[in-house]
Write a protein that binds this ligand. Structure first.
Ligand SMILES: [Zn+2]
Length: 95
């Protein structure tokens, strides 16, 4: 599969070795049964950069929960008392 996208992180071109900053156009070639994608910069890619390549990239939405006070809070600050170690172990084991 060949795809153009904006780089989420800075990357090195796999052909010329240039280091390109976050947000640069990045051409990725994925091949079946090959674990590493081939990454190319705009000047080394096999095809021109599409004119409609999005400027930004999607920001993942934070998972939230509603606490006992009715306030919506991000999932990353769930107090340790809500999820105990035994809960985690039972969920991991499928019980
Ligand atoms: Zn390059």
């Amino acid at each position: 599969m060949r795809a153009w996208q904006r780089a989420v992180f800075a990357f090195w071109c796999g052909y010329c070795g240039a280091r390109l900053p976050k947000g640069s156009p990045k051409f990725t070639v994925s091949l079946p049964l090959v674990t590493h994608d081939r990454v190319r910069c705009a000047s080394c890619a096999y095809e021109p950069v599409p004119a409609m390549l999005p400027v930004g990239f999607p920001v993942p939405m934070a998972a939230t929960y509603v606490d006992e006070d009715g306030l919506e809070r991000p999932r990353s600050v769930v107090p340790a008392s809500v999820v105990t170690l035994s809960d985690w172990k039972s969920k991991a084991s499928g019980q």
